[in-house]
Design a binder for this molecule. Structure first.
Ligand code: PLP
Length: 393
């Protein structure tokens, strides 16, 4: 059964053009780009080209691109570098809805004597810029805010936040793993110092990422070793994946408008029809400032896991906003930060589409999903006794 894959914020299919471009670097052009011989030199040329392609997508220059192994490494490198290059500052400013790649690191740093402020969000997942401004202090070493949320797709006003940090001479990092390739980004026009991206979210393979490092920003490498990446990240370059990311970046740049218009059309139809046909449903997150591919929908009185399992029987792939950890079903930290009521947060499903989805697939989900919800609600004591009892509890 071919999956109906609507989990593209988790990972994406490698684009056929991307796969084709990277293959020769496994078996024909396998030289080490650092070698003196011309066999390696050809590969160095390919890396140079990929660097330019990624830079073009971001409005950056090629020397500001540092290849890493993933988004998580880029996030860690950026935050640790800011702390090491500003040893007299002990404050990190971030938000409550960051990806674990940032949150887990910040929690760890809090145990090492750093002061971490996690800004709250409102019920729609939005950041309050006035509150953000008040939290910027002379002791702040770095601000790290995500550009777009992986669970809800909500887009933060990153350009404004970066400007406010710059006015106070505070380093600004953004985790743009979900934003790159989905919304236009022009780093020439915004004072972002560091930005993280990850190849596997934009139709390149897993295991390749980028840290954008603005020219002139003081930097302390995370991986010390060889002179690769101008001494900013030791380790022989993952040449096939870097070539792949270059091509993926070029494709994203060329096709972003058209493709995202198409994806948004599919997403909006899916979302609207679900809201119209299934009672007690709600979209989580600011619908205006949102990625074009993401829809996070709560189905009241149903457990997300149940929906996922039943959809899985039809080959439909999505994600839920709750995770079964240590025996207790905890709604995600993002939905909790938004204050989504328990009965809603538990039944949340994230659909994240891509250009490889079709109208027929949307129809298929729209055919299968409503009876799934009806079946699950039929088994739910809360649904049977009604919302009133549950709300009183
Ligand atoms: N940041 C965000 C917002 C993400 O969605 C993800 C992956 O889901 C990451 C960071 C981590 O990226 P990677 O899987 O490349 O380490």
């Amino acid at each position: 059964m071919k999956p109906v894959y609507m989990d593209n914020n988790a990972t994406t299919q490698v684009a056929p053009e991307v796969l084709e471009a990277m293959l020769p670097y496994f078996h024909e052009l396998y030289g080490n780009p650092s070698s003196m011989h011309s066999f390696g030199g050809q590969v160095m040329q390919a890396l140079r080209r990929a660097r330019e392609q990624v830079a073009a997508l971001l409005g950056a220059s090629a020397e500001e691109i540092v290849f890493t192994s993933c988004g998580t490494e880029s996030d860690s490198t950026a935050i640790r570098s800011a702390l090491l290059t500003n040893p007299d500052k002990r404050h990190i400013l971030t938000s409550r809805v960051e990806h674990p790649a940032v949150r887990a690191l910040c929690s760890h740093l809090a145990t090492q004597g750093y002061r971490v402020t996690e800004l709250p969000v409102d019920g729609e997942g939005r950041l309050d810029l006035e509150q953000y401004k008040r939290a910027l202090t002379p002791d702040t070493a770095i601000v790290s805010l995500m550009w777009a949320n992986n669970e809800t797709g909500v887009i933060f006003p990153i350009e404004k936040a970066a400007e406010m940090a710059r006015e106070r001479n505070i380093l600004f990092h953004t985790d743009a793993v979900q934003a790159v390739g989905k919304i236009p980004i022009d780093l020439a026009k915004t004072p972002i110092d560091m930005l993280s991206l990850s190849g596997h979210k934009l139709h390149a393979p897993k295991g390749i990422g980028v840290l954008y490092l603005r020219k002139g920003v003081k930097f302390s490498p995370y991986l010390l070793g060889g002179h690769q990446e101008r001494g900013r990240r030791g380790g022989t370059e993952a040449t096939p994946s870097i070539v792949a990311l270059g091509v993926a970046a070029e494709l994203a740049q060329k096709k972003m408008d058209v493709e995202n218009g198409y994806v948004k059309g599919l997403r909006d139809r899916l979302e609207k029809t679900i809201l119209d046909t299934v009672p007690n449903t709600k979209v989580n997150g600011d619908r205006e400032h949102r990625l074009p591919n993401t829809s996070n929908i709560s189905f009241e009185f149903v457990e997300g896991e149940g929906i996922l399992l039943m959809m899985d029987e039809f080959g439909i792939c999505a994600s839920s906003g709750s995770a079964c950890t240590s025996g207790s079903l905890q709604p995600s930290h993002v939905l909790r930060a938004m204050g989504i009521p328990f009965t809603m947060a538990h039944g949340s499903i994230r659909f994240s589409l891509s250009v490889y989805n079709t109208g027929e697939e949307v129809d298929f989900v729209l055919e299968k999903l409503p009876p799934i919800i009806e079946t699950l609600r039929g088994m739910s004591p809360y649904w049977k006794t009604g919302a009133r009892l549950c709300r009183e509890a």
